[in-house]
Design a protein around this ligand. Structure first.
Ligand code: ATP
Length: 308
């Protein structure tokens, strides 16, 4: 049998262009209606043949990421092993590019990448759909990290419909070294919204602007219902949004549960000016220009070796 000795998979971080939150459903999770876009900030996962499951982490904020069985990538490998009954093991080498606890689903990207990498390493050969089902068991944002591009997510955000988006959009990310806990942000949202609507919806105007490839139209409909809760927990986020408003950015919102703030630029030239202006305001630990949409979890390079 020819089996790879190692498999390298890359998966993208995401931003939410619209994040609408509704009441908690029967499963205990908030109903969401969201528009995800995968952006050019990536998690790299190399899966190497090994005994049992183990994991190491380098890259952005690596010190804050667990390297034991609580790591979402480890749980992904374990879930795939259990689902397929393989006796094979893996060492996962994660290089983080997405901020940890930044509202950009870096852990979910690791899980999606680990699922695909282990499936290829172990030759378990699951269909994308089956990987998607395992992804949804791991977390609400994991299926999107597998599919990437631009998509509408409903339910817990895990029931995806691909969305059309023409061209590339340019985003400026203002990141913080200090993460925000997603459950904590939802707890504050609950306090702020005692009478939430049961089923939220995404604005059709945003979808039209995406199809038209119109950053001005997209800017008009960027919205995040979690933003007031994130700002209550981290009031400095308002200063970051103000810094974007004082720049040539078309609009800016908190990404997901924060604390990353994302601004949209009219194009790459403007994005450099936005980034310089937000950097000069001194309100963020790191400011980066990224583009979207990006592909979902994908093989980077197969490292072939013969195994008996
Ligand atoms: P989301 O937007 O989906 O809420 P996030 O980007 O805010 O996600 P993550 O970086 O995915 O948050 O992870 C949040 C927490 O999960 C971290 O504080 C960390 O303790 C834990 N965690 C488990 N596995 C990972 C991983 N592979 N990478 C990062 N964090 C992980």
């Amino acid at each position: 049998m020819i089996a790879p000795a190692a498999v390298h998979v890359r998966a993208p971080g995401k931003i939410n262009l619209s994040l609408r939150v509704g009441a908690v459903g029967a499963d205990g999770y908030h109903r969401l209606a969201t528009v995800f876009q995968a952006v050019s900030l990536y998690e790299d996962v190399v899966a190497e043949a090994a005994e049992g499951i183990s994991l190491s982490v380098t890259g952005r904020a690596a010190a804050e990421v667990p390297t034991d069985e609580t790591n979402l990538a480890w749980r992904a490998a374990q879930l795939l092993a259990d689902a397929t009954g393989t006796g094979a093991g893996v060492h996962l080498r994660i290089t983080k590019g997405v901020p940890t606890a930044g509202g950009m689903a870096g852990g979910s990207a690791d899980a999606a990448a680990a699922l695909l990498a282990c499936d290829l390493l172990w030759g378990t050969g699951l269909a994308r759909e089956e990987l998607g089902e395992l992804a949804a068991e791991l977390g609400a944002d994991v299926p999107f990290a597998l599919t990437g591009q631009t998509a509408i997510g409903v339910g817990r955000g895990d029931v995806l419909t691909p969305a059309l988006a023409r061209g590339r959009f340019t985003w400026v990310l203002a990141m913080s070294d200090r993460g925000l806990s997603t459950p904590e942000v939802f707890r504050v949202w609950d306090e702020q919204n005692p009478a939430a609507a049961p089923v939220p919806e995404v604005e059709p105007e945003l979808m039209h602007a995406l199809v038209a490839g119109d950053p001005h139209g997209v800017a008009r409909y960027l919205v995040n219902d979690l933003q007031p809760a994130a700002i209550e927990l981290r009031p400095e986020l308002q200063d970051v949004i103000d810094a974007f408003e004082a720049s040539p950015s078309l609009a800016a919102i908190v990404s997901g549960s924060g604390p990353t703030v994302v601004g949209i630029a009219a194009g790459p030239g403007d994005a450099a000016d936005v980034a310089e202006s937000v950097r000069a305001a001194g309100v963020a630990d790191e400011v980066l220009v990224v583009t979207g949409p990006s592909l979902g979890a994908r093989l980077v390079e197969p490292v072939a070796a013969e195994v008996d």
